[in-house]
Design a protein. Structure first.
Ligand SMILES: Cc1ncc(C[n+]2csc(CCOP(=O)(O)OP(=O)(O)O)c2C)c(N)n1
Ligand SMILES: [Mg+2]
Length: 802
């Protein structure tokens, strides 16, 4: 045996063990552990499809610095590999899909066995690898890779996953940025969830990827097939295989050797060399030959990966595979969630020589020595150096972010955002150098311009601004270079969120802390909501700045108005949402945000707020283009703290207060004016400025849970604030967004609430037209306040126009 043969023998053995363990993991989760419960689905077939490719990668090809996004349903294969490598405890595998067990789809945050990128929502993990590669280039160009080798970002992709549009959006962006070090390995089993996929898709993909500068590697035939093609009559067989429709190939695979023989003899039998080629093989040999596609042929895979390892060009591998390879489910079009029956499992178990009761033994049934296999696994480069995740120290955030003297001026939060970043950009600080901004073609219109003017755009190779070179006056300096700190993206919000996800994981992936800030038009959060959710699920850390928002963007037109985004901000786990009205609030919030993004504790919630502030997360700022007159006030520590907790009193209640107005964000002037107009007819109207309905709500929920668990004294910020209101006091809430954002305030202490907000959209007009039309103007607030409180008719109330 040569060294090469020896290695192949070990890899073949590992592949068998992996396939067995993955199949057993799924089987016992369904048939043993959860007997009687709803079947959680099989995915034995989908896993088996990638068994050979993943064995090749994890035990031979990968290096510790490489990062992989594994196709969701290959999760059992991944966990089995980590189990063999000693990184996945048996209890977790036994508890696959159970509470705290190995996850159904690989999860960075919930699994403990070294998952690089979460997957589950198909398409996203794929694109994530591309953006991670761009971020690695960014980190390297800024000198933060130190002596760490560059990793390859690899996605294992289902062929039906290639239908996801976000993959193509990413492809374009990758090309623009000169993507390197990225492999997408397609598991071309020609089956999706529902069906067998269209013929000839690979040719379309091949052209497309080649067009975008990728190397394309096609692994169609394994070595057995290649050898057979060299036999007399072999060319005819090759031609038949190449012409065979996907559906038929799948069906024959499912049926096995005898069916192959009949079909092949019927269609290409010649009583000569072709028939002889077929007849030389037993049924099982013939089935093995026909199943020997490139993606299940270890030598072909190793050769292809080795060749691609010699360069850094992005490479798209299309590996022909069989869904359900080696299992009785192989090839059946309905096998996606299929499970082997207990009887089939017994037959399979016999075939891999696993004795009943020894199902979890790592090397049970192996034909090679356990010690040899164990040694091989631990010597595999990917596992040899232990845990592969990095960490990076936090970047110190200044105690205070500067803002220009705005007092008494009229400024929008969007303008304030630009001002604050501009002030940061002026300074030569560690803090400033770790900020990286990105935007999908709305850099200028979201006020990132001043920052970009100072800090430049990132590109691996410098590119001058032609307008500047030609001395044509322009407000913006558009110069690209390796030290630039802004990543300009095309108009694809999906790419923005995935870029933020990649930037926001850099401390873990690259060992270099970045402070990513991404800007987007608020309504287009919907377009990328799944990507945003995905980024949060992976615990990426970033600041998302969304502007303009609501109906307040009035002249921009009805199509761009956003109603539901405050609710997204509240409901999105891992994302802390703020909607400030004034620039001094924004400065406090951004300072907090840069710090919060870097927190990494998992201690108990803060006793005063009951928020998970030690853990940290990402931040969403909902801003506006509406200029507001800025308050003249000093930012005391107390005020700053209240702003962070989510609300502060502009006018606190007294025992005489019969109505309180609570507003969030840009409708501040209407709320303030309404409180003024009510003054003559209601005593001591209270006015609450809400900066984060999200944090108020999260605090109240957490405090309630704490009380349920026996901590009777737990109280959150909003609970303490509203405890000051008389029991009969009415509350009016107002927000330029869905009224549910604040209507829950009534449930905190049981007050009556009239919730104003926006439920319909699409009308163009001035801000005052629209506020009136949708009922969030001063008059509407006064009207609601009158209705929410007892007392005489308010004299300044106008009758509402129909
Ligand atoms: C965004 C999204 N939509 C739908 C699904 C449900 N789903 C899971 S796998 C799958 C089909 C996968 O087919 P393919 O990528 O070819 O993988 P295979 O199992 O064939 O290897 C679908 C539709 C999902 N996980 N994510
Ligand atoms: Mg498929």
């Amino acid at each position: 045996m040569t060294v090469h043969d020896d290695r192949l023998a070990v890899l073949a053995e590992l592949e068998r063990r992996i396939l067995w363990l993955a199949s057993w993991t799924i089987h016992q989760a369904n048939h043993v552990r959860e007997a009687g419960e709803v079947k959680v689905g099989g995915h034995q077939a989908s896993s088996a499809s990638l068994a050979t490719i993943m064995t090749a990668l994890y035990f031979d090809v990968l290096r510790p610095q490489d990062r992989v996004a594994v196709k969701p349903h290959a999760s059992p294969i991944f966990h089995a590999i980590q189990y063999l490598a000693g990184n996945q405890p048996l209890e977790k595998l036994q508890n696959f899909r159970g509470l705290k067990g190995a996850q159904s789809y690989p999860s960075r945050t919930k699994d403990t066995d070294d998952v690089d990128f979460s997957t589950g929502s198909v398409g996203l993990g794929v694109a994530q690898t591309l953006f991670s590669s761009l971020v690695q280039d960014y980190v390297r160009a800024h000198g933060w890779m130190k002596d760490r080798p560059e990793g390859r970002m690899i996605a294992l992709v289902g062929d039906a996953e290639m239908d996801e549009g976000n993959i193509y959006e990413a492809l374009i962006e990758g090309w623009k940025h000169g993507l390197r070090n990225c492999w997408w390995v397609v598991d071309y089993n020609r089956q999706s969830l529902d069906a067998v996929i269209r013929e000839g898709l690979w040719q379309k993909f091949e052209q497309m990827f080649a067009n975008f500068g990728w190397d394309v590697v096609i692994l169609k035939h394994g070595m057995l097939q290649q050898q057979a093609f060299a036999e007399p009559g072999g060319e005819v067989l090759r031609d038949w295989i190449d012409r065979c429709p996907n559906q038929l190939y799948s069906a024959l695979t499912f049926q096995g050797g005898a069916a192959w023989r009949k079909k092949l003899l019927d269609e290409i039998g010649d009583q000569g060399p072709v028939s002889a080629l077929i007849d030389r093989r037993s049924d099982s040999e013939l089935a093995a030959l026909m199943n020997n596609l490139g993606g299940h042929d270890m030598p072909s895979l190793l050769k292809a990966f080795e060749a691609a390892s010699k360069h850094d060009r992005p490479t798209w591998f299309i590996c022909y595979t069989i869904k359900g390879f080696s299992l009785p489910l192989a090839g059946h079009k309905d096998n996606h969630a299929g499970l082997m029956t207990p009887a089939q499992l017994v037959t399979f178990q016999d075939s891999v020589r696993v004795r009943p009761g020894h199902e979890w033994d790592k090397w049970e049934g192996a034909t090679l020595e356990a010690a040899k296999l164990e040694a091989f696994v631990h010597a595999a480069p990917f596992f040899a150096k232990g845990p592969r995740r990095h960490s990076a120290a936090s970047v110190a955030v200044p105690d205070k972010l500067s803002i220009p003297a705005n007092s008494g001026k009229t400024v929008s939060t969007q303008m304030g955002f630009g001002q604050i970043l501009n002030e940061i950009a002026r300074e030569d600080s560690e803090f400033a150098s770790h900020i990286v901004t990105t935007s999908p073609d709305v850099t200028v219109s979201t006020n990132l311009g001043p920052w970009v003017n100072r800090r430049g755009l990132f590109a691996r190779d410098a590119l001058a601004d032609t307008f500047k070179a030609e001395r044509i006056p322009s407000t913006y300096n558009w110069e690209f270079g390796p030290s630039g700190q802004h990543l300009e993206l095309g108009i694809a919000e999906s790419n923005l969120m995935l870029m933020l996800s990649a930037l926001g994981l850099s401390h873990s992936i690259n060992g270099a802390r970045l402070l990513p800030v991404g800007t987007v038009y608020d309504p287009f959060i919907y377009r990328s909501a799944d990507q945003l959710n995905y980024a949060c699920y992976q615990d990426a850390r970033f600041m998302l700045v969304a502007t303009p928002s609501g109906i307040t963007l009035a002249p921009e037109g009805g199509a761009h108005q956003s109603i539901g985004t405050p609710l997204i901000g509240m409901a999105q786990d891992g994302l802390c949402a703020f909607e400030p009205a004034f620039i001094d609030e924004l400065a406090v919030i951004m300072r907090f945000g840069f710090d919060y993004m870097q927190r990494n504790g998992d201690g108990d919630p803060d006793e005063t707020t009951w928020l998970r502030d030690q853990t940290g997360g990402s931040v969403y700022l909902r801003l506006s283009t509406r200029p507001l007159e800025q308050p003249v006030r000093a930012m005391t520590d107390e005020l700053a703290n209240d702003i962070i907790q989510g609300a502060y009193w502009i006018r606190p209640p007294t025992p005489n207060t019969s109505v309180m107005i609570a507003y969030q964000g840009i409708v501040a002037p209407e709320a303030i004016a309404a409180a003024g107009l009510l003054a003559e007819d209601r005593r001591d109207v209270a006015l609450l400025a809400v900066t984060s309905a999200d944090r108020l709500n999260a605090g109240a929920q957490a405090a309630e849970r704490a009380r349920q668990r026996g901590n009777a004294g737990a109280a959150s910020h909003i609970e303490r604030m509203l405890a000051k209101l008389d029991r009969n006091c009415g509350i009016v809430t107002v927000v330029d967004g869905h009224p549910l954002t604040l209507s829950w305030l009534g449930s905190v202490q049981g007050h009556r609430v009239k919730a104003l907000g926006v439920e319909h959209f699409g009308q163009t007009g001035t801000i005052s037209d629209l506020y009136h039309h949708y009922g969030i103007d001063t008059n509407a607030i006064v009207h609601a306040a009158q209705a929410a409180s007892s007392g005489r008719t308010v004299r300044y109330l106008r009758a509402l126009a129909n």
